[in-house]
Design a protein around this ligand. Structure first.
Ligand code: URA
Length: 250
């Protein structure tokens, strides 16, 4: 059997420590850290007090216990649960006011969103900003998120299994933000959040309930860019949305 020199053992342990962090080398009970040092006799274990370090080996489902959006984002940002992670540049968690009264939910990141890691920053995003302004909401006072957090290839509609995998993250975001109202943009958002099967024509402009939160469905801004004729109906929807908001907030 080949014997490794003390030096090699120490180097290997230090390598592991640098890759996996102190966590591997800590003894949780007496909160001490083991430091490997070379001494003339043996590989000596020196103990010194340590500060609490984060658990690097969090289980896949630790995100359920997140208390803040930041915490949740940190726990899910490296998600590989569906195939969409393979082509992403950035995981697009969401953006806006962490305790917003209004949430806006889209379908999934496009090319620009994937590049910047932020939702609705492309052309459709500009139109969304304008729609919000028209009903007296600043973009910064709402929270914007998507049904799926990674860009579907060629901007295709997310597949049912991709939606089912990602929607629990969105639901956790909703539970942390606890908004008063949600605006779903397009059929994918409506189907995903409300589990509805009807057409957008049947769903838009009405209020639904999601866990005590008032939800309205309207057109996706990208659809409005393709069909400007629908803007008028969208305007009717969002005016209604604002009216309800004002009633709730009174
Ligand atoms: N379309 C969406 O549904 N979401 C985005 O973030 C951008 C475009």
């Amino acid at each position: 059997m080949k014997h490794l020199s003390k030096k090699k053992i120490i180097e290997a342990l230090k390598d592991q420590q640098s890759i996996f962090g102190d966590f591997l080398f800590e003894e949780k009970l007496n909160k001490s850290k083991i430091i490997y040092e070379e001494t003339p006799e043996i590989v000596e274990v020196v103990r010194e007090p340590i500060e609490e370090t984060p658990n690097l080996f969090q289980s896949e489902d630790d995100w359920h216990n997140a208390n803040t959006l930041e915490e949740l984002n940190n726990l899910i940002i490296d998600c590989t649960k569906c195939v969409l992670h393979k082509n992403r540049t950035n995981f697009v968690f969401g953006s806006g006011k962490p305790d917003a009264k209004v949430m806006v939910i889209g379908e999934g990141p496009g090319a620009e969103e994937d590049k910047q890691g932020l939702p609705f920053v492309g052309r459709a995003g500009q139109l969304l900003t304008d729609i919000l302004k028209a009903i007296k909401f600043e973009r910064e006072e709402v929270y914007i998120a998507n049904i799926v957090k990674c860009r579907p290839p060629e901007n295709r509609t997310p597949l049912p299994e991709e939606m089912d995998t990602c929607i629990p993250y969105l639901k956790k975001q909703i539970s942390i933000i606890n908004p008063k109202m949600i605006l779903c943009l397009g059929l994918t958002a409506a189907k995903g959040l409300l589990r509805k099967k009807e057409s957008l024509t049947a769903l838009r402009g009405k209020f639904f309930d999601y866990e005590g939160i008032k939800v309205m469905v309207t057109f996706h801004p990208a659809a409005l860019l393709r069909n400007p004729n629908w803007k008028k109906d969208c305007w009717e929807d969002v005016k209604k949305f604002r009216k309800m908001y004002d009633e709730i907030e009174m």
